[in-house]
Design a protein around this ligand. Structure first.
Ligand code: PLP
Length: 379
């Protein structure tokens, strides 16, 4: 596999499996049955080894600087397959505070039922994690920047602690995308993404990915083929196509998000903005150290605390679940990702009913500020 130091070039060229006709793209091979005689490798979609899956994995492994990986039918399939391939009754999972609501639901609904214990550290610092490690702790599970307050945690500090204690470290890198943060370079064992978000990037694909060393990926593959959450060739094709513009899209989203964060910070109707690229963000220094850029996600609270009213007044920015698309969307975490969590727990995590989260797209930033301005002027 050819190495590319530029992510823009890797997005375009890495992983492409050219067909016999001389076309410049990976052909779509929808076969579910492959000739098996005299072949070293038996191809089968659920074995996660068909050419369209491999093309995407090679591109993503290049972008995250890992050896290899596996492609899944959703982000949750990647997360659950990774966790359940490693955990057994009696084990303990240490989970960063403030992760994706769907993952919390998996822990509460499914891990607990299988007698797998899990807990949060007192706080998300390396010291907090160290204090919370138990003799049975098998995995430390991270997600930074976090949803929706964009907390950034010290990956180098926590991965060093995991190495020392022989604990497997896993990160959900969805919010950063491989363009803004590469956790494998900071010592994290397994990098996960919901490809439904930035990797797909057009709000029309559901997929997931898990990336790591060959040895780690092989262990997870043995369970993943039994769980069966593989991605079909047509979706692989769409995802590969999307990834060619990943660096372009994300860089524009980064620039737009920084501009909007500054605009909102200076707006008299805005109470508070959460964006790791602002010097006022509590984790700005860590973000500068470990992120390549600060990402396209930001959250804010208006002075009147009426997040729903604001969303209804917006004309171009659309109220919608999910994130990472080329169009700017807005959501109330209390009504969406964190609706399954009790009001007290939300309050403890700092997620007020008035908090709104923006997933910043690639539109002209002046059109975005204009839309936010007119929606904010009303109250
Ligand atoms: C959306 C999301 C997931 C789940 O991904 P699906 O593709 O919906 O299964 C996991 N983690 C984060 C951070 C997400 O935003």
């Amino acid at each position: 596999m050819q190495k590319f130091t530029s992510k823009h070039t890797a997005c375009v060229h890495s992983g492409t499996k050219k067909g016999s006709a001389g076309g410049i793209n990976t052909p779509v091979d929808t076969s579910t049955a492959y000739n098996y005689l005299n072949r070293e490798q038996q191809f089968y979609p659920r074995s996660m080894n068909i050419p369209n899956q491999q093309a995407v994995i090679e591109k993503l492994a290049m972008l995250e600087n890992t050896e290899t990986g596996l492609l899944f039918s959703s982000g949750m399939a990647a997360i659950s397959s990774t966790l359940f391939s490693h955990l057994k009754p009696g084990d303990h999972l240490l989970v960063q505070r403030g992760i994706y609501g769907g993952t919390i639901n998996l822990l509460q609904h499914d891990l607990q039922r299988m007698q797998i214990a899990w807990s949060y550290p007192e706080n998300n610092t390396p010291g907090g994690f160290l204090n919370a490690v138990k003799p049975e702790t098998k995995i430390v599970y991270l997600e930074t920047p976090s949803n929706p307050l964009l907390e950034v945690i010290d990956l180098k500090g926590i991965s060093a602690l995991c190495r020392e204690k022989s604990i497997f470290s896993v990160i959900d890198n969805t919010f950063a995308s491989p363009i803004n943060q590469n956790p494998a370079n900071l010592g994290i064992d397994i990098v996960l993404h919901s490809a439904t978000k930035y990797l797909g990037g057009h709000s029309d694909i559901t997929a997931g990915v898990m990336l790591g060393s060959k040895a780690h990926v092989e262990t997870i593959r043995q369970s993943a083929v039994n769980f069966g959450g593989s991605l079909n060739a047509l979706m692989c094709h769409l995802l590969e196509r999307s990834l060619k513009t990943l660096a372009l899209r994300v860089e524009k989203q980064n620039a737009n998000a920084l501009a909007l964060a500054r605009f909102l910070r200076d707006h008299e109707k805005v109470k508070q903005v959460f964006y790791p690229g602002l010097a006022t963000h509590p984790n700005h220094e860590i973000a500068r150290r470990q992120m390549i850029d600060f990402g396209g996600m930001l959250s804010f609270e208006t002075l009147d605390g009426d997040g729903q009213g604001l969303q209804k007044r917006l004309q171009m920015i659309q109220p919608a679940l999910s994130l990472g698309g080329i169009e700017t969307t807005i959501v109330s975490p209390a009504l969406s990702s964190h609706s399954l969590i009790s009001a007290e727990e939300r309050a403890r995590e700092g997620i007020t009913d008035g908090l709104v989260r923006l997933s910043v797209g690639i539109e002209d930033v002046n059109d975005l500020t204009k839309d936010l301005s007119q929606a904010l002027e009303v109250f």
